[in-house]
Design a binder for this molecule. Structure first.
Ligand SMILES: Nc1ncnc2c1ncn2[C@@H]1O[C@H](COP(=O)(O)OP(=O)(O)OP(=O)(O)O)[C@@H](O)[C@H]1O
Ligand SMILES: [Mg+2]
Length: 282
């Protein structure tokens, strides 16, 4: 299976087609039931979505490799969020193929089942529980993300608490563990929400405009954080901030009018005349 979309949208030769291939075998072992032995964690082929006759996605084809950090860019209305809605089961495609690993047919699964299978999504607006402490938010996220048996077993072994401590350090909130989440800055709330995904150990993380509204320092930390998560997880990051995209992604997909317009390094896609036209022609 190829990592890039179609021959005409490929900007790089196959052997250079980004981190997907590089990452094969480097990521964590795909979890129970998730067969990603060919190195592809997400397969979207010929996906169509229409809203009252308006085509939001048109024959969208895209592959994400195990452990890859892929950035998705594209003008407003390109279909980026709709694509995430399809992956998470929020929107059903009219037709097309959507697989998580080789066994999970996403078009047949509920949103809950998809989350349980290991796809975590972060929306733009943080949705933390403001009255609860940072630690309690992580604890709650961990419980909802696991089966009752798994959470009981984890509690007995102390694994759960260890994982929360580990995530607190990763998102740099260990010093604020007892603070009510409502007192955190906007950026810290975003990090907490990422932490709430991480305690569920997702294989694939979907992040929609994660650095919107962040300070420069917070944006920089987010870049560092995502780079450290790649390999252990696969990440799909939608972002308009090109400085941020350039600092994290080896491989970028440009969406336009519900289709893949170009794929390659940020430099390559930014040199692509069709991409320039789409951005300047707005
Ligand atoms: N539920 C819906 N009903 C009708 N139209 C919709 C719906 N959801 C999305 N659309 C339309 O589909 C198109 C794609 O929207 P989408 O939100 O996926 O774009 P996007 O690439 O995420 O844009 P942005 O960068 O502004 O977030 C837009 O024209 C939008 O108006
Ligand atoms: Mg969007």
């Amino acid at each position: 299976m190829k990592v890039s979309a179609t021959p005409e949208t490929m900007l790089l030769p196959e052997q250079d087609s980004g981190t997907a291939r590089d990452a094969i075998g480097l990521g964590v072992a795909a979890g129970e039931g998730l067969n990603a032995r060919h190195g592809t964690i997400l397969t979207l082929e010929d996906i169509n979505v229409s809203f009252d006759g308006f085509k939001a996605l048109t024959n969208l084809t895209l592959y994400i490799g195990v452990g890859e950090l892929r950035c998705i860019i594209g003008p407003n209305g390109a279909g980026k969020t709709t694509m995430m809605d399809v992956i998470t089961g929020k929107t059903r495609p009219d037709n097309g193929v959507a697989y998580f690993g080789e066994t999970y047919d996403l078009t047949e699964m509920s949103e809950y089942e998809i989350a349980q299978a290991g796809i975590g999504r972060k929306f733009q607006k943080p949705t933390v529980f403001e009255a609860l402490s940072v630690f309690e938010n992580l604890e709650l996220a961990q419980k909802t993300g696991k089966s009752v048996w798994a959470s009981l077993r984890a509690k007995l072994s102390g694994e759960q608490k260890d994982r929360i401590d580990e995530v607190l350090a990763t998102i740099r909130l260990d010093g604020s563990r007892h603070r009510p989440a409502g007192l955190l800055s906007h950026g810290q709330k975003q990090f907490l929400e990422i932490g709430m995904l991480l305690v569920q150990d997702p294989h694939l993380l979907l992040l929609d405009e994660p650095v919107a509204g962040m300070t420069d320092a917070e944006t920089e930390f987010t870049a560092e954080l995502f780079r450290s998560l790649a390999g252990k997880h696969s990440l799909m990051v939608v972002e308009h901030d090109m400085g941020f995209v350039g600092s994290i992604a080896d491989h970028v997909t440009v969406l336009h009018q519900g289709q893949v317009l170009a794929e390659g390094s940020l430099e390559d896609v930014q040199r692509d005349e069709r991409v320039i036209e789409v951005y300047l022609g707005r």
